[in-house]
Write a protein that binds this ligand. Structure first.
Ligand SMILES: Cc1ncc(C[n+]2csc(CCOP(=O)(O)OP(=O)(O)O)c2C)c(N)n1
Ligand code: SF4
Ligand SMILES: [Mg+2]
Length: 349
């Protein structure tokens, strides 16, 4: 039960559908006060409200972990499936195959994705499942008391742990290498950057990854941890600000004035990236990997849009499925009839 008052101020801002932000909220959070995941929840709520997404057209998918609990705290009028630890990508793939007409928002943790679920994650990326995949990345298994995860940086130490001796998996770099069409990194403490990142990811057709560094205040927010609020604030570098300009009729990719970069999205929206010292050509996979490696070597965290490719086919286009979502095809459409079946069988004899 939500403890929030049911009274709504009559003048709350409404979006194009006439909904207020409250229509995109969920239950009260039960996470630790100050947990980065709650900030990401709020950013998802704001992104969906501002994009005027009909809540009943969203499917929230998650695995297991503090992060995977968060779909209970946003969009309580949407569909949802809280699956098994590390298995969200397979469940999201199945759901997306059955009904391609929903917005799929996957929420996962760094343990859920980079440890137990790494195989599942990899295949969702390479199949280009049309979904927004948000990793709430705190470098530890928060729910099971803070053990190091596979995204914990080498040498980083949590509240009780010794310095982690293993190399970290960079999910953004892996996703770029595997061919994801939209890859971004955010920080739960920087909502001004995070909300537009999530909005752009939702607008992207095909797999989009938003890896959000999200400190675990209970187990991994020490001065020795590279996923702590202090460390991230001191070591974060952004690729440059950007604007998402919805629905422009012409589809072109252009550089403006040799400085800024514009990337047209499949629906005619435009991502306008402002040039900064950290900018590079985000449409170039190699440039993205090179930038991530350069910043990693410097001990810094590169945030913002890291890679965009709007020219990719999603899984349904690759597999040439019908325009009508499979879940609403009728038996008549699905069964070709005895005569056609007999002819088909004859070709195997
Ligand atoms: C198959 C399986 N193995 C292990 C667990 C125990 N377990 C639950 S959550 C979790 C790790 C969660 O870490 P992460 O995905 O990073 O989420 P966080 O809590 O940090 O947000 C583990 C190991 C489980 N529930 N199921
Ligand atoms: S244990 Fe860590 S990740 Fe889990 S709710 Fe608390 S602060 Fe957040
Ligand atoms: Mg975690």
């Amino acid at each position: 039960m939500s403890r929030r008052p049911v009274f709504r101020h009559p003048n709350l801002p409404k979006n194009e559908l006439g909904y207020t932000r409250r229509d995109y909220e969920g239950l009260d959070s039960t996470l630790c006060a100050g947990c980065g995941h709650d900030s990401i929840t709020n950013a998802i709520i704001r992104a969906c409200f501002e994009l005027s997404i009909p809540p009943h057209r969203v499917a929230k998918m998650s695995g297991i972990g503090c992060s995977s609990k968060t779909p209970a705290y946003f969009l309580n009028k949407s569909h949802g499936f809280n699956s098994v630890h590390g298995r969200m990508p397979a469940v999201a793939t199945g759901a997306n195959m059955a009904n391609k007409d929903l917005y799929y928002i996957g929420v996962s943790g760094d343990g859920d994705t980079a440890s137990i679920g790494i195989g599942q994650f990899i295949h969702a990326v390479r199949r280009n499942i049309n979904m927004t995949y948000i990793v709430m990345n705190n470098g530890c298994y928060g729910l099971t008391k803070g053990q190091d995860s596979a995204t914990a940086d080498r040498g980083s130490a949590s509240r009780k742990g010794r310095p982690n001796p293993f190399e970290a998996i960079d999910l953004c770099e892996s996703a770029v290498q595997l061919g994801a069409g939209f890859v971004a990194r955010g920080f739960s403490g920087d909502k001004a950057q995070l909300v537009p990142l999530i909005k752009t990811a939702i607008r992207h057709k095909g797999f989009s990854l938003v890896d959000v560094i999200s400190p675990c205040v209970t187990f991994n927010n020490t001065t020795t941890s590279t996923k702590s609020y202090h460390w991230v604030r001191d070591h974060m570098e952004a690729t440059g600000a950007f604007d998402l300009i919805p629905m422009r009729p012409e589809i072109t990719t252009e550089y403006q004035g040799g400085e800024d970069q514009s990337v047209a999205m499949h629906d005619g929206s435009l991502i306008h990236l402002h040039k900064s010292d950290n900018s590079f050509d985000v449409t170039n996979r190699r440039a993205a990997i090179d930038a991530l490696e350069t910043y990693r070597e410097k001990g810094q965290i590169l945030t913002g849009i890291l890679h965009v490719n709007e020219g990719l086919k999603d899984t349904h286009e690759i597999m040439e499925t019908t325009d009508t979502p499979l879940n609403i095809l009728t038996e008549k459409q699905l069964c070709p009839g005895n005569e056609t079946l007999q002819k088909m069988m004859a070709t195997y004899r």
